[in-house]
Write a protein that binds this ligand. Structure first.
Ligand code: TRP
Length: 440
């Protein structure tokens, strides 16, 4: 159903799945376990959940409300809400777009790894390999240089093909089918992990905080992970908000999406750490963690090869829904800024991102740097400006009206939300920032 010429989401379930589809991705299944593994497990989890409650959720709600109130993508939204052609708040939109290009490039390269693992498990007998053979699969792939570039670019092109068709036929349709299927596969893997010898030790690691491992870096990593996994600090949630017009209980639906996202990350941890301990692997081995452990888990299952290929396919598709929504942001902004057609914008933005893909696929430093710069620096910065704008920059009457849907929902929660947006979230981000860079 179209309510204006920008296109709209068709149903509540559709938008929930699209928001969850944007949030759930490699951040939950690849990034969360490896960071938790590096930062002592349980302590990281607790800090991460705490940050989600007082910083993450308020940012999700603020972004969504700004987008919905303005009915426009990030840069135009600020213009509309301030009523000025230019204001310093606009920097938020520009940072968001910069992050979008960097992150999408990085994300496509990483998704390329996933696609490679799909191919290897479907045709290369990945699950019957030994732990050391499995870990060399990823290294050999990365060292070939051209492979990561080809896989990454192929992924980018698929994303482009979906985005250029428009929001209601693209994003929503895919997310509705994929999200539930992925969830079922995760549950299956979780049951499988519970039969492994390292189940108890795995859970202990994930849920029993070991505070001795906690450093400032743990907070920075948890903050960055929060931004990455919730897809905040880059105007994506804002853009989704701009595509909804109908009345809606924002707190309830976005709260639910946040809970889904967090649960899936925890589920991934519950699947992966028992494997780590059962096979005497290193929990803190970094980005390769998921790729090295999951094939071993599948090897324990009947028809492990088939299930592994299905799983990596699902994961690649979950990554695709995430890539699509970053791409969507870039296209929306390009259409609004340059007044060009959607199709042309899709092509233009893809060209820009392709450069980042080539860079991240060729040099490890760029790959790591892209992740760090976007998740740990630019997204928090953008998130900081967003909450400051929601709390102090825009008219609080407008914020209140949008958040409560004209006083219909969540009136009691609004003051708490406003307090987090005005004080807690900005102060928390600033503190973590300052201590991370050695200022305090
Ligand atoms: N949240 C996604 C994940 O966990 C990654 C991501 C970050 C993202 N920002 C985004 C996805 C914006 C879509 C849109 O994998």
């Amino acid at each position: 159903m179209k309510e204006n010429n920008r296109g709209n989401f068709g149903s509540k379930f559709g938008i929930l799945m699209a928001v969850a589809g944007s949030a759930v991705g490699l951040g939950n299944i690849w990034r969360f376990p490896y960071l938790a593994g590096e930062n002592g497990g349980g302590a990281f989890l607790l800090i991460y959940i705490g940050l989600i409650l007082v910083v993450g959720l308020p940012i999700v709600l603020a972004e969504y409300s700004i987008g919905k109130a303005a009915q426009a993508g990030p840069i135009k939204a600020i213009r509309r809400l301030t009523g000025k052609r230019h204001s310093p708040w606009e920097s938020m939109g520009y940072i968001a777009v910069t992050v979008g290009y960097i992150l999408l490039g990085f994300y496509c390269v990483l998704s390329g790894w996933v696609v490679k693992f799909f191919v290897e498990s479907a045709f290369g007998g990945l699950v019957s390999k030994s732990p050391s053979e499995i870990s060399s699969t990823l290294t050999v792939f990365q060292e070939s240089v051209w492979q990561p570039i080809v896989f990454g670019l192929a992924f980018l092109v698929i994303s482009m093909m979906i985005v250029r068709r428009g929001i209601d036929r693209g994003v929503e349709k895919w997310s509705k089918i994929l999200m539930p299927t992925l969830f079922v596969m995760l549950i299956l893997l979780c049951i499988n992990s519970s039969t492994l010898s390292g189940w108890g030790r795995g859970l202990d690691f994930l849920f029993n905080p070991d505070w001795s491992e906690v450093t400032t870096r743990t907070f920075i990593d948890a903050l960055g992970q929060m931004f990455f996994t919730l897809s905040i600090g880059m105007g994506v949630i804002l853009t989704y908000g701009s595509y909804t017009r109908k009345g809606e209980n924002i707190f309830k639906s976005k709260g639910l999406a946040t809970i889904i996202d967090t649960s899936i990350a925890i589920l991934a941890g519950v699947i992966i750490f028992p494997v780590v301990f059962s096979f005497g692997m290193e929990a803190g081995q970094g980005p390769a963690l998921v790729f090295n452990t999951l094939p071993l888990a599948f090897a324990e299952l009947p028809m492990g090869g088939v299930l592994a290929s299905l799983f990596f396919l699902m994961l690649a598709i979950a990554a695709l829904t995430s890539a699509i929504s970053i791409h969507e942001l870039l296209v929306t902004v390009a259409v609004e800024q340059f007044k060009i057609s959607r199709k042309r914008a899709a092509l233009l933005t893809t060209g820009g991102v392709a450069v980042v893909v080539a860079g991240c696929a060729s040099w490890d430093v760029l790959f790591d740097g892209a992740d760090f710069a976007s998740s740990n620096v630019l997204m928090p910065l953008c998130g900081l400006i967003t909450v400051l704008f929601a709390g102090w920059g825009m008219k609080s009457k407008v914020l209140r009206k949008t958040f409560t849907d004209n006083g219909k929902y969540s009136k009691g929660i609004y003051p708490i939300f406003l307090f987090c947006v005005r004080f807690i979230a900005p102060i928390a981000i600033a503190l973590i920032f300052l201590s991370g860079f050695g200022f305090i």
